[in-house]
Ligand binder design. Sequence first.
Ligand SMILES: *Cc1c(COP(=O)(O)O)cnc(C)c1O
Length: 401
Amino acid sequence: MRQFPDAKAVVGALAPDEPVILTRPHAAARAARFFVEKFPGKAMYAVKANPSPDLLQILWDSGVTHYDVASIGEVRLVRGLLPDAALCFMHPVKTPRAVREAYFEHGVKTFSLDTIEELEKIVEATTDASGKAAKDLALLVRLRVSSEHSQLSLAAKFGTDLTDARPLLQATRQHCDALGICFHVGSQAMTPFAFVQALERVRAAIAEAAVTVDIVDVGGGFPSVYPGMEPPPLEDYFALIHRHFEALPISYSAELWAEPGRALCAEYSSIIVRVEKRRDNELYINDGAYGALFDAAHVAWRFPVRALEDDLIKPEAEFAFYGPTCDDADYMAGPFLLPDDIKADDYIEIGMLGAYGAAMKTAFNGFGATEAAIVTDEPMASLYRGDRPDPRASDNVVSLR
Ligand SMILES: *Cc1c(COP(=O)(O)O)cnc(C)c1O
């Protein structure tokens, strides 16, 4: 892949007709090292946030050894690229064939579940041809927790309710070498108290079931930085999680795990788009809801933007975007702040698209072709550079102290 200093240099060299995905390997490596060094337990990468092979290699090279996979496709992908990685199959609804292939062909020993039926499925699918049950399983019971502090809910679909957790934990204990409890507080959790609340529920589940728990997995939800979403420092999340984990009624040797997706890869990618038409304060650009901007369209996520032309002089105004397809839903309300003299043929860089952005492109309506380049400048925002103003100084985030 060609390397450039920044997005402007890419536009200068290529004047691209198609969107260009820019990757910043140094930003992903920095995020990975941060979690590896500072998270007080094991941080595995949630592959669905961005399964790009280049990114997986960067994370591995930066010390991320465990990967949260959710489908047999992700199992095969990661196993093919990283033969020595530990894979954890953390989707609570799997097919028996997927479990069997993961266990017998790819060495996957860790599975999550939220029903007795899924437990029975896993036990059966990991029993060998001579009828011998697996002795080396790590099974994590997924607990339903609140998503109230997060920008994207993951509370409705998966997880056993606290009231049903006791029989499930007791039954699971009979079939595993290591028993765990996992949860997901929802993506982009804007305060560490989301994890504190969830860990309180874990405490209640352990007390009710009176089982020995070997693993507590706090899932994903660690935030990144976007316009209007300035979370507290990740160190605050780590400190509170550690303190509340240590206070749980678990064995001295119990392990703490996390499954960050977004926080490890949001800064990895941005995209260059071109304005094809302007209608008042609506810009028709060449990527959209069916491309890297799914969240901008469907949950009105605001990504940072910057104009890449030097001759724009007017003050910023608020713009909405239309994507390239013929679908009215291919619309991103924003608002996105850009110079008021921006016009057709100008280029824009849209930042912070490494998580759930670049990974979600489709070819709907014949669009979706992209070019790719590596850039060496800084991402538009970063949680890991140490120069971010502390948002606790403002009063629009929940303060810890
Ligand atoms: C999506 C997902 C993650 C990653 O979530 P982020 O909010 O991106 O950190 C982790 N664990 C599970 C089970 C998931 O489904």
